[in-house]
Design a protein around this ligand. Structure first.
Ligand code: NA7
Length: 546
């Protein structure tokens, strides 16, 4: 049914639809949330602004898009049949394959019948008397439920750069996080890419293959390691499937929720310089995030971190032919790993191509974008296509986009004016029965996301189960529990090097956003133990009402 027809139907009906739970988002979080709650017998309505399931993998269709965690780990574990039946074809899932997987899950568990697509939730208001959330959509629909769940993703609000004239560009303009559904052909075109974060680092080699000329506008150089991407062999796939019970269990005990990367035990200076170099070389050959798991102090000690950082810089110098370009590509303003460590397929080699020019916009910033050019200082770079790989209003952007108000009329935006504050990254004190999946102060983006999504959904399910058992109509986090959790999360972050980078983890990429490290830095294993203990002790820090 088209949106206007739905609006007419909704206003004709006048009374809001009533559900046991309303979920925003049909990415991996919303999909599993729907399935899990439905299995408990709840009636659930999911609203999704996209035209189908997949979330991140629905929107981020830019060339070269793929996951930076290996496929056998980056997948659901809740259904043994699903993980045995599905066959990943590549070591790191491509965007089309991940989207196909999301579609397969939606079909297999018949999820779409409870999802309203192309429908954005505009507002949600809690009523203390009825203990219900009323949700309003941009199609004019309203619905109520005692439980309201944000499965809105951590990187789902694309951000345009605050460059004068960005709206004046007359050629084709794309944001990587809102890429067209149809393939985009860059053959014979002059293309400009603004940004050199993980997205751009994936897209640049792919666009360079097609473009007549590619200008890469770099403000901050980033650390990147080779993915050593390739097909998944039948033997590897069979072994991974046979070992799933053990690897999934192990993953839940590790810092990042990745079985392949248990907590390292050695410190950087426990070994000789030669041995350290060998360890880094092995990690480099293995590819992916392995380098960061070489020693246990790489994200704590600046001196330790510098050994890994310089190892990567030397790899860049050895790869890029022009020494001046190589030096520009060497990151020098943040410790390695404090921004997302990028995984690439021939990124640095791309700058040896004749049709690729690196433009340093740190020394001389972009002054404006005109109808046909990106102007750096006073030099215009004429282009046909502009690709903005400029990132997201991360972690809080999607929640802040919805006008969420509690029973006193207080907005979540106002409650978070000085930065997000949550209990376990799951609930916000003063906002009863509002849950967020992988919210700030939970491991979220510092973990294998699907594992963290499953852990949060399962936790929500146990809280909802407890509500049912106790005959409670609402659940809330206490202000004390939230304060203690935020203090704990902040203290942990301060012991790491994460706070030294101007990263989106710190909110530093979004003008006006308070500076704080938003994910939980204590690791997946420790976080899960804490949550399990809280449940075992009778849901400490939660109050069941009514
Ligand atoms: P990121 O990591 O936030 O990168 C955005 C890039 O855009 C980064 O290089 C920025 O430079 C650059 N940028 C943003 N605004 C400007 C302006 N005004 N001028 C020049 N350059 C600019 O986003 P990604 O999409 O790459 O990655 C996000 C996450 O998605 C990633 O970490 C993975 O977890 C998946 P800056 O560093 O701010 O100088």
């Amino acid at each position: 049914m088209a949106a206007p027809e739905r609006m007419a139907e909704a206003s004709a009906a006048r009374t809001p639809d009533r559900f046991d739970a309303i979920v925003v988002g049909a990415g991996f979080a919303g999909m599993y949330g729907l399935h899990r709650l439905r299995e408990m017998g709840l009636s659930v309505r999911v609203y999704e602004r996209g035209g189908d399931v997949g979330g991140t993998w629905y929107w981020n269709r830019y060339p070269g898009a793929r996951c930076d965690i290996e496929s056998q780990e980056y997948s659901y574990s809740f259904s043994s049949d699903l993980q045995q039946d599905w066959n990943w074809s590549e070591r790191y899932g491509t965007q089309p394959e991940l989207l196909a997987y999301a579609n397969h899950v939606a079909d297999r568990f018949d999820l779409r019948r409870d999802i309203r697509f192309e429908t954005r939730v505009a507002a949600a208001e809690y009523d203390d008397a009825s203990r219900l959330w009323t949700v309003t959509t941009d199609t004019g629909e309203t619905a109520t439920a005692p439980i309201f769940i944000l499965a809105t993703g951590n990187l789902s609000t694309p951000q345009l750069p605050d460059i004068p004239g960005v709206g004046d560009f007359a050629g084709r303009r794309f944001h990587t996080g809102d890429w067209p559904r149809e393939p985009v052909d860059f053959t014979g075109r002059r293309v400009g890419v603004i940004g050199t974060g993980s997205t751009a680092i994936q897209a640049i080699p792919a666009i360079a293959e097609e473009a007549k000329h590619l200008y890469v506008f770099q403000r901050t150089a980033n650390f990147s390691v080779p993915a050593h991407h390739g097909p998944m062999t039948d033997d590897f796939r069979a072994a991974a499937k046979a070992a799933y019970d053990e690897t999934r269990r192990l993953a839940r005990t590790t810092p990042f929720g990745i079985a392949r990367f248990p907590a390292p035990t050695r410190s950087t200076f426990d070994v000789s310089d030669e041995e350290r170099q060998e360890i880094y070389e092995k990690a480099w050959a293995m590819g992916g995030q392995a380098l960061l798991f070489s020693f246990n102090d790489l994200l704590i000690s600046e001196a330790a971190n510098e050994t890994a950082a310089e190892f990567v810089r030397n790899k860049i110098r050895a790869t890029v032919n022009d020494p001046e370009v190589a030096e520009l590509l060497c990151p020098d303003d943040h410790p390695i790993g404090t921004k997302r460590l990028c995984l690439d397929s021939h990124y640095f080699e791309t700058f040896n191509r004749k049709n690729v020019t690196l433009v340093d916009v740190r020394t001389t910033p972009i002054t404006e974008i005109t109808a046909s050019a990106v102007v750096v200082g006073d030099r215009p770079y004429e282009i046909d296509d502009l690709v903005l790989a400029t990132g997201f209003d991360a972690m809080t952007g999607a929640a802040r986009d919805i006008d969420i108000r509690n029973g006193n009329g207080l907005g979540l935006r106002d409650a978070w004016a000085d930065g997000p504050r949550t209990y376990l990254g799951l609930m916000v004190a003063g906002f009863p029965s509002l849950f967020m999946i992988t919210g700030p102060q939970s491991p979220s983006v510092k973990s294998q996301m699907i594992l963290s999504i499953e852990q949060h959904v399962d936790l929500i399910a146990s809280i909802v189960g407890r509500m049912r058992d106790a005959g409670a109509k609402a659940v809330a986090a206490t202000a004390d529990a939230q304060k203690n959790w935020v203090d704990h999360a902040n203290e942990l972050a301060e012991t790491t090097l994460y706070t030294k980078a101007n990263s989106w983890y710190m909110g530093a990429n979004t003008p006006g956003k308070p500076r704080m490290f938003m994910p939980y830095a204590g690791g997946v294993g420790r976080y899960k133990e804490t949550c399990d203990r809280i449940v075992a002790e009778g849901f400490t820090g939660f109050v069941f009402e009514g």
